[in-house]
Design a protein around this ligand. Structure first.
Ligand code: SAM
Ligand code: SF4
Length: 322
């Protein structure tokens, strides 16, 4: 079992397989980053897998593949199969913007992927263009339909932003409800890579909007889930992720690995240690030591709850995978 310096059990590894992306979401990377990590600095899937195996052997039970846009990385299905063959009872999931999903949903499922989260911020073509920087919505919706068709578990992520997509919260919820898809509204997390002057909606503001049409009750939060869960009268459930709340980090169970091998204990902070040398040399003992070192130093909590707009996270979401 893996336990961090604050006594929290850590069983969830998020693996970013690339920081590159085919979208430029305003809240994540409106401009191309000044310099992409050169391709030769990326770990191969074989190298990433060495660390993934160390994690699984020591107690990781949930793995989410993310990015950047993970579907941009060639042969992703082979990486998923490596993980799934190693331990088939893992909760193995992926987060994607959905643009390339129609083409690869089946091969991902065949490789052993169980669940997929697709980012869907709007149902309007022009708003999707405004948020992502290109015309993306039709392909994203086709990707969602395909994922459902091949039997992947599908969830939707939505980041409500003032004056941009906050008028559509009920519509996007209903789009998901009609398809039996759970939606999770994520409070915008302030970070220096996002477009200036963006303002997200708070949990209360999101709830107020939904309550204009539906009544709902809050359910008990699942252990270690960052999402609060709410249930409409007809039993449909949606979630809200509120990283600004003081209790958000209490039972955090996750660590993050970037595509170049940086092991990151907390989404908010820059601190990280590299496992690249260890996995390139096949040094499993060293990889395991670094894992434990990172866990001992995992911060107790993020600083979004106290952040003024002047002091905010410098970590890039496209690098850590959200
Ligand atoms: N490209 C994939 C996607 O968009 O789903 C995976 C990576 S993306 C960084 C993972 C998640 O982080 C997405 O659901 C995205 O909406 C969310 N995200 C990115 N920047 C965010 C921010 N500043 N605040 C809240 N959520 C954010
Ligand atoms: Fe790309 Fe995902 Fe970031 Fe949007 S949120 S720019 S799709 S990595």
């Amino acid at each position: 079992m893996l336990v961090d310096g604050h006594g929290r059990e850590v069983s969830y590894l998020r693996v970013s397989v690339t920081e590159r992306c085919n979208f430029r979401c305003q809240y994540c990377m409106p401009e191309k980053p000044f310099s992409w990590v050169p391709k030769e600095n990326l770990l191969t899937f074989e190298e990433l897998f060495i660390f993934v195996k160390v994690g699984i052997d020591e107690g990781i039970r949930k793995i989410r593949i993310t990015g950047g846009e993970p579907l941009l990385r060639q042969d992703l299905d082979k990486f998923i199969k490596m993980i799934s063959d190693y331990r088939s009872d893992l909760d193995l999931a992926l987060t994607t913007n959905g643009f390339l999903l129609e083409e690869c949903a089946k091969s991902l499922r065949d490789a052993g992927l169980k669940r997929i989260n697709v980012s869907l911020d709007t149902l309007k073509d022009d708003v999707a263009y405004k948020i992502a920087g290109k015309d993306v919505l039709k392909k994203v919706k086709k990707g969602i339909e395909k994922a459902l068709e091949v039997g992947l578990g599908v969830k939707v992520n939505n980041v409500p932003l003032k004056g941009i997509n906050d008028g559509e919260i009920v519509e996007v919820l209903e789009y998901c409800k009609d398809r039996g898809i759970s939606i999770r509204f994520i409070e915008y997390m302030e970070n220096v890579h996002a477009k200036d002057k963006l303002e997200g909606l708070s949990e209360d503001e999101i709830k107020d909007i939904i309550s204009t049409k539906y009544s709902f009750k809050e359910l008990k939060r699942e252990a270690s889930s960052p999402s609060k869960i709410f249930e409409l009268k007809d039993g449909y459930r949606f979630g809200i992720i509120n990283p600004h709340a003081h209790d958000f980090c209490e039972d955090c169970n996750r660590i993050r690995l970037t595509a170049e091998g940086m092991l990151i204990p907390c989404l908010y902070f820059e601190e990280a240690l590299s496992i690249a040398k260890a996995v390139k040399e096949g040094d499993i003992k060293r990889a395991s030591e670094i894992l434990r070192e990172v866990l001992i130093n995992k911060p107790e909590k993020n600083k979004w709850s106290e952040s003024s707009k002047n002091e905010t996270s410098t970590r890039a979401f496209y690098e850590t995978g959200g």
